[in-house]
Design a protein around this ligand. Structure first.
Ligand code: AP5
Length: 207
């Protein structure tokens, strides 16, 4: 199964993507985590990415697309994957669709977690506080000022993906304001429905 999870910064993409990955036994690919790891390990992309991420803006498309292409070529992604934070622009989505098509593949779901903007600052500041309490590094972009820029980037560059995936008939919108477990149940309800349809389709094809 190949899934992308979309939503505003702090909507719960990482939380839900990791649960989907665990349950379906497919890798969870977060471009945010990949970029943060690259910055930490001081790879060649770190200089370009670090300042951009700290400002709350989007890293250039070609850099992220190249990282995703390299990652999904690995053997553990053969059975599928759940992408969190990618694609984030129409250009990324089109480049990714082209790549999948060349392999005879397509996305099964684009799951959008819908939340009110007002809740996001509370969530992001809670995550920063919890990281501090655990003695972990706080994300450089988890603060009031940068969240505003991340929200702006989402509205201008990422929100058009909702219509993009709706037009491909794979968009599923889910209320991300519910408690975490309820959101997960609703996500799996959507996934199961498609799996059942697929099974019925297979059965019919064999009749
Ligand atoms: P990225 O790491 O993707 O950050 P983001 O989109 O801003 O999202 P977050 O990780 O903040 O939130 P989330 O939606 O995953 O929510 P989470 O589950 O963590 O990107 C960071 C930066 O990297 C970007 O700004 C950009 O610079 C760069 N980048 C990444 N991908 C890129 C791309 N494709 N192209 C270009 N640049 C890219 O939850 C947040 C908190 O809320 C947690 O504490 C969680 O416990 C809590 N929570 C979750 N769900 C609920 C719930 N239902 N109820 C209550 N609390 C909840």
């Amino acid at each position: 199964m190949r899934i992308v999870v979309l939503g505003l910064p702090g909507a719960g993409k990482g939380t839900q993507a990791s649960r989907i990955a665990e349950k379906l036994d497919i890798p969870h690919l977060s471009t945010g985590d990949m970029l943060r790891a690259a910055v930490q390990s001081r790879t060649c992309i770190d200089k370009k990415a670090k300042a951009v991420m700290e400002r709350g803006e989007l890293v250039p498309d070609q850099l992220v697309v190249a990282a995703v292409i390299e990652r999904i070529a690995r053997s553990d992604a053969r059975r599928g994957f759940v992408l969190d934070g990618f694609p984030r622009t129409i250009a990324q989505a089109e480049a990714f669709d082209d790549l999948l098509h060349t392999r005879g593949l397509e996305l099964d779901h684009a799951i959008e977690l819908q939340v009110d903007e007002q809740i996001l600052l509370t969530r992001v500041m809670a995550r920063a506080r919890e990281a501090r309490e655990r003695g972990e590094q706080v994300r450089a972009d988890d603060n009031h000022e940068t969240l505003r820029i991340r929200l702006d980037a989402y509205k201008k560059q990422t929100a058009p993906l909702i219509d993009y995936y709706r037009s491909k008939d794979i968009l599923k919108s889910i209320d991300g304001l519910q408690p975490i477990d309820t959101v997960t149940e609703n996500v799996f309800r959507v996934i199961r429905r498609t799996m059942l349809k697929g099974c019925r389709g297979d059965q019919r094809a064999h009749e």
